[in-house]
Ligand binder design. Structure first.
Ligand code: AMP
Length: 376
């Protein structure tokens, strides 16, 4: 069993097939002796309990009836406290009968309480609870849990019917969420020529992943607007479609990231020269950090020009005009493009097709970030 990734989270192996099958054996024996001569009505709680119910059904030797009840309670890894009935059960199927609820897991007990309340209204002769996994530390209710396969600590688990946002149910073993502290955030550079869509995409990623967003272009514009000393120095270069000299840019970056006290940076428009890339590695390196990936948005030149001219109609940016755009693209080819090789040598270059809908491009980027193997 190896670590696995579901959506954005990493899960580590936790309970293997043998342990699961022992737990099923134990609970089945207890249920058989409880059943005695009774025909039990097993009410499996969907979706989570489908595997448990099916494996139990294969080894349970007495007559039994199987019913299914579907509820929804979890959103993500936290119990929402709210439980909805999605598939109900007919009263005549349980009225006057010996009913046993089959749960995959009893956690806070919120779902169980709702099940107990609703099924009781349908007047079963008896109503018992059987759960494959039980978290005593998390359980907050008073309803007795009559049959337990295995007690587990308060971990978020997936597999064997249990999911994380619908994934993981088909795993034959149980995995637990890896300690979040161990799952550090990625430090990435969003790269590309002017008009590649760096700003648009970086902002979406920043919001989705909670990254710290550093955009040198925005910083310079802020300085210019506030007429700071740095702004005055930078303006002539920007208006001219040239790069602001490295010492100014690097100085500004140093100040803004300061002493990085946690991972999770997304850089937009920086580094734009190899000297800046080296400086960034140095600043991050002092903390023991290093850039994990350079995501380069690849867009044909004619599309770049078209996008920038279009943007110029509304951006109010002094550098979004035909003449300056040409200069900026030239600067990109001579000074900025070599940054790609710098990261390629470190095995960190990812080239992404930057043409298409914003959502499509976002998905391309997100898929790469999600699958990055981050150095601890
Ligand atoms: P942007 O908003 O990223 O397109 O940047 C606008 C302008 O700011 C660029 O054309 C450069 O003149 C200047 N600039 C932004 N980032 C840098 C950088 N890392 N190095 C030098 N100049 C930069």
């Amino acid at each position: 069993m190896k670590e696995i990734k579901l959506h954005d989270k990493i899960f580590t192996p936790y309970i293997n097939k043998r342990q699961i099958s022992l737990a099923i054996k134990k609970i089945t024996q207890e249920l058989e002796s409880y059943a005695d001569n009774k025909t039990l009505v097993f009410v499996s709680i969907l979706k989570g309990a489908f595997m448990f119910a099916s494996d139990l059904a294969k080894v349970y030797k007495k007559n039994a009836v199987f019913e299914f009840y579907r509820l929804k309670s979890y959103e993500g890894t936290q119990s929402t406290g709210e439980v909805k009935i999605l598939v109900d059960i007919n009263q005549q199927d349980i009225e006057g009968k010996d009913v046993v609820v089959l749960e995959d897991i009893v956690d806070t007990g919120n779902t169980l309480e709702k099940i107990f309340e609703e099924l009781s209204k349908k007047k079963p002769k008896s109503l018992k609870i059987a759960t494959l996994f039980y978290k005593p530390e998390a359980y907050k209710k008073n309803i007795p849990i009559d049959f337990i396969g295995m007690e587990i600590p308060n971990e978020f688990i997936v597999g064997y019917g249990l999911d994380y946002n619908e994934l993981g149910r088909n795993l034959p073993e149980i995995y637990k969420l890896k300690d979040v502290k161990k799952q550090r955030m990625a430090d990435i550079v969003l790269f590309g020529p002017p008009g590649a869509g760096k700003g648009t995409q970086a902002k979406i990623l920043k919001d989705k992943l909670g990254l710290k967003y550093i955009a040198t272009g925005d910083m310079f514009r802020h300085h210019i607007k506030n007429k700071t000393e740095l702004g005055v120095k930078a303006q002539q270069y920007i208006d001219n479609g040239e790069l602001v000299p490295d010492e100014i840019t690097i100085g500004m970056i140093k100040e803004s990231i300061g002493d990085p006290d946690s991972h999770g940076f997304i850089f937009d428009g920086f580094p734009r020269t190899v000297a800046q890339a080296e400086a960034l590695d140095k600043i991050m390196g002092e903390k023991g950090y290093i850039i994990d990936a350079l995501l380069s948005l690849e867009v044909p030149e004619e599309i770049l020009v078209e996008r920038l001219l279009n943007r110029g109609k509304t951006s109010g940016r002094s550098d979004d005009n035909e003449e300056t755009i040409k200069k900026r693209l030239k600067q990109y080819h001579t000074k900025t493009a070599p940054v790609k090789e710098y990261y390629e040598k470190q095995g960190k270059l990812y080239q992404i097709n930057g043409v298409g809908e914003i959502d499509e491009i976002h998905k391309r980027l997100y898929d790469i970030i999600k699958n990055l193997k981050l150095r601890e």
